[in-house]
Write a protein that binds this ligand. Structure first.
Ligand code: SF4
Length: 446
């Protein structure tokens, strides 16, 4: 019976969050006890992120901060997991004495064995380079918040020239449809209301397992699960949003009319240098088709500025495109020159100052766009998922238009006590740049 107190610190994306939950599930199944405070932990697992410079910095800073628990506290073992661990296993072990073991993105199932080996005196253990490992289906989910992420696939086959993810997360692997359906039933039976489907590129779902793109069919099945309230889609690749998928999104009432479609750029020369599979013409046509077919659709996207070869003229093309299209939600990254990616050795690298200036310009533009789009929502009534209680009768929630952590929120005043996870109808009475303000209305909008 092992009673070592364990805790997991998770950095990075929602996919990492699920990996941490799986690791926790495996360890709990092997009688490891979980504590939330670092002070009380004998084992600290840091699930890192490492796909761009900023993320790497944050992971390294977090690791250094946590090493003191080993020097001064109860901590006996520090284990790194996730993308930074998969990317730099040897360097991390050599440079940071306090680290005892490394678990790669495809080696989650080895966590118990690694800890046992550490306890038997081995140290500086590396378990990586298994990036094409399949999803661990036998581990039940243990987190049942009102909103939960469900990974439907791992890895990616697109090989965008700036992206290191295929080297850290492997080739595209879909989970079996029946396993995903079973997991969503399990989560919603335990009170989860909103299911967010994620992967590196969810539009490729099924192609490896079924020889065809099957996201539309998966949505048809998930929409039939009685206890599911909302199904949200993140990380859609633009070249695979087919007619079948659009009609499935349109006709399945529980599928939110919210689409996260990272476009990365709009200039055809840059899209080609990025090895993106879509052209400007394809993207323009896709957006107008989506807005025609699903008038209330909310489109989120992300762009990269400062990619090698992005002249002032090309940047202005991107700027005008964003001005014209008026995206509901938009994020911008400055190009991060990542060793191990083809773009690392491209000519015409753009200076950092120019990159940040361009990012600031677009964020300034998007702030104005978001403010004007919000002004048109005054008086509208939306279904809102209550997520937090503020002071007295003030609550915070999200509508179908908002994904957690990356989009806006809705401030709701209500004299009635509301429950976290409750759905209510809200009439918009005021607006901010990204957020909305509203009051609770009854079923009849009163
Ligand atoms: S689609 Fe996304 S995860 Fe895949 S290579 Fe491109 S940027 Fe990376």
């Amino acid at each position: 019976m092992d009673t070592m107190n364990t805790t997991i610190v998770t950095l990075g994306c929602s996919k990492n969050e699920i990996d941490s939950e799986l690791m926790m599930g495996i360890l709990k199944n092997n009688n490891y006890k979980f504590v939330s405070s670092l002070e009380d932990a004998d084992i600290i697992i840091i699930n890192t992120c490492g796909f761009i410079e900023d993320a790497k910095k944050e992971s390294i800073e977090t690791i250094w901060k946590i090493t003191r628990y080993k020097r001064e506290g109860n901590c006996k073992y520090i284990i790194l997991a996730g993308c930074l661990a998969e990317r730099y296993p040897k360097e991390l072990l050599e440079e940071i004495d306090e680290i005892d073991g490394i678990i790669g993105t495809g080696n989650i199932k080895d966590i118990v064995q690694l800890i046992e080996e550490l306890k038997n005196g081995k140290n500086k253990i590396i378990r990586t380079k298994n990036i094409n490992e399949d999803y661990i289906e036998r581990i039940k989910r243990i987190s049942f918040r009102p909103t939960e992420y469900v990974k439907i696939s791992e890895g990616c086959n697109n090989f965008c020239t700036y992206c290191i993810i295929p080297k850290l997360r492997g080739k595209h692997r879909s989970r079996k449809m029946e396993d995903i359906i079973e997991e969503v039933e399990f989560l919603t039976d335990n009170g989860v209301k909103e299911i967010i489907l994620i992967g590196q590129n969810i539009t490729d779902y099924g192609i490896d397992l079924y020889g065809d793109y099957k996201l539309y069919e998966l949505l048809d099945h998930l929409n039939k699960i009685e206890k599911v309230k909302w199904i949200r889609l993140l990380y859609l690749y633009p070249d695979n949003i087919s007619e079948r998928l659009i009609s499935s999104i349109k006709n399945n009432q529980k599928v939110l009319k919210y689409l996260d479609i990272p476009l990365q750029h709009i200039n055809n020369e840059i899209l080609k240098r990025m090895n993106r599979k879509t052209t400007k013409e394809d993207i323009v046509e896709l957006i107008s088709k989506l807005r025609r077919e699903i008038p209330e659709v909310v489109i989120r996207t992300t762009f990269i500025v400062g990619f090698p070869g992005e002249s002032e003229e090309i940047f202005n093309e991107l700027y005008s495109f964003i001005e014209e299209i008026q995206f509901d939600r938009l994020g911008v990254f400055t190009y991060s020159r990542e060793e191990g990616t083809p773009a690392y050795s491209f000519d015409n690298q753009v200076p950092e100052k120019v990159k940040t200036d361009r990012k600031d310009k677009i964020m300034e533009l998007q702030r104005e766009i978001s403010y004007s789009l919000n002004s048109k929502k005054l008086g509208n009534i939306y279904e809102v998922l209550i997520e937090e209680q503020g002071d007295e009768n003030l609550y915070v929630g999200r509508s179908y238009m908002d994904s957690p952590e990356i989009d806006g929120i809705i401030y709701v005043s209500s004299d009635k006590k509301l429950e976290i996870g409750q759905f209510i109808k809200v009439k918009i009475t005021d607006y901010l740049e990204y957020d909305l303000i509203g009051e609770i209305v009854d079923e009849f909008g009163k």
